[in-house]
Design a protein around this ligand. Structure first.
Ligand code: GLN
Length: 471
């Protein structure tokens, strides 16, 4: 029996190399666990039927002496990332039986390493949400309390890792979708610098915000997946040359926007846990400094204008002609109405409407134009504070995972993103690291701390995040 609970990517690699178990045995152990738990948790929408064949190929490479960090390592992939010849639906009815015609660049890279893909994971439809309740294929449950949400939108990938249904995973993060569920489920999730990981083959939500990000049990494993997927890509013109950034030299100073952290929407238990985490870092030799970022409280407003504007533009391609579902009407307009009406869920329709509105003639300058200016201000402010500190720390989310169905008003779910959207708006990397538990109604629910670093300073995140991770 392989002890999946204590297995990490690093230890699995060592055991595979030492022939303590084979990649086939490891994959089988995960398949058995998935069989036991996925019915209830709904982390995976599909388990691939060739997992053992993939693992066998990895074993062949291991037996020839190859030892790449992810060779034979079983991973879960969010249902918005294309794997050639396999279904990808963005958890939407409109793409229910859509088959990917090519590999995303991140997949090409993982295949080269010999990673084993277990299956595709649940998400809010088109990654729009913070709880995975917006999936067209049922909600994903939190393994710490199955009455509660896993967070989202990458809830399926995060639960797969948190419940030992995969050793690591890929998610996508447009406003916090890797970090918020990671915090709700007690594992690590990371959003790279915009442009450091190729978006080629990622189903787009907000193209200036979208990032593919790794999910794993600890900071070290997360870095291994990040290292495997990053790099400039000719297929994505927004990717950047890795030489652009130098390895950061740490000043050992952490900045905290206390005004925002102490704000009234933040749960008292979250505040206490966060303060404790900062004290722990001080004991490890970091100075914690109050920073004022006066435009930080505009971040949510900026995000909920720019994101729907870009999402509505991106989703116009799902017209019932080029991809996925098609419903026949009497004319082209009726085809559109029938297809989109049947194919898109409520939240997706809300965002298409919002986005179309903020981009429409007459409102463009008042909303979209202003949001773009405010985004620029925030970027400048971040550049200023990063002169004096290594990372900015905040709680990852203002509250713990809520009960399934509890938040019926979409605005209250949007508030969950208060700390996470800023990194996407500014384009900087950010990580969520587990910071302990709080007891709610007899269950221990995880909490997380988020760190944001300057553009290209992922190393600082792994360094500081890794320290807190070990406390
Ligand atoms: N919760 C945020 C939203 O609903 C973030 C989504 C994401 O990062 N994909 O927009």
């Amino acid at each position: 029996m392989i002890d999946l609970n204590n297995l990490t990517i690093v230890s699995a690699r060592a055991k595979l190399d030492a022939k303590e178990f084979s990649a086939v045995e490891l994959a089988q152990a995960y398949l058995d666990e998935i069989k036991k738990k996925n019915g209830e948790l709904n982390a995976y929408l599909e388990i691939y039927d060739d997992v053992l064949e993939q693992a066998k190929l990895a074993d062949d490479r291991i037996s020839k002496g190859e030892s790449l960090p992810l060779l034979g390592v079983p991973l879960a992939i969010k249902d918005v990332i294309l794997i050639k010849g396999r279904k990808v639906s963005a958890a939407s009815k409109i793409l229910e039986n859509y088959v990917a015609p090519y590999d995303a660049t991140v997949i090409t890279k993982l295949k080269k390493q010999g990673a084993v893909f277990l299956g595709r994971t649940n998400t809010d439809e088109f990654a729009m949400g913070g709880s995975t309740e917006n999936s067209a294929y049922g909600v994903t449950k939190n393994p710490h309390d199955t009455k509660r949400v896993a967070g989202g939108s990458s809830g399926g990938s995060v639960v797969a890792v948190a419940a030992n249904l995969a050793l690591g995973a890929l998610g996508s993060d447009t406003g916090g979708s890797v970090r918020e569920p990671a915090s709700f489920c007690g594992i690590v999730g990371m959003k790279p610098t915009y442009g450091r990981v190729s978006r080629y083959g990622l189903i787009a939500m907000g193209s200036s915000l979208d990032c593919i990000g790794p999910v794993a049990k600890n900071a070290e494993d997360t870095q291994i997946i990040y290292d495997a997927i990053c790099g400039q890509d000719v297929l994505d013109g927004t990717t950047i040359n890795d030489q652009t950034y130098l390895k950061p030299i740490l000043k050992k100073v952490i900045g905290v926007p206390w005004d925002l952290v102490n704000g009234k929407g933040v749960d008292i238990k979250v505040k206490e846990n966060f303060k404790q985490s900062m004290e722990n870092l001080e004991k490890l030799g970091f100075a914690v400094k109050d920073i004022s970022l006066k435009n930080l409280d505009m971040a949510l407003a900026i995000y909920y204008i720019i994101m729907p504007a870009e999402a509505s533009t991106n989703l116009s391609r799902f017209d019932g002609v080029r991809y996925g579902m098609h419903k026949d009407g009497k004319n082209l307009l009726e085809d559109y109405l029938l297809t989109k009406g049947a194919g898109f869920g409520k939240e997706v329709r809300r965002r298409i409407l919002l986005g179309t509105y903020v981009l429409s003639a007459g409102y463009y300058d008042a909303y979209y134009g202003k949001a773009v200016i405010a985004r620029d201000l925030l970027k400048k402010e971040f550049a200023r504070v990063f002169n004096e500190i290594d990372v900015i720390a905040t709680p990852t989310a203002p509250f713990v995972a809520w009960k399934i169905g509890e938040k019926s008003d979409p605005l209250s779910v949007y508030l969950a993103d208060i700390f996470t959207v800023t990194a996407n708006i500014v384009g900087v990397p950010a990580i969520s690291v587990p910071s302990g538990f709080t007891e709610v109604e007899g269950k221990k629910l995880p909490l997380g701390v988020q760190f944001m670093a300057p553009h290209g300073a992922e190393d600082a995140l792994f360094e500081v995040g890794g320290k807190l991770n070990m406390v």
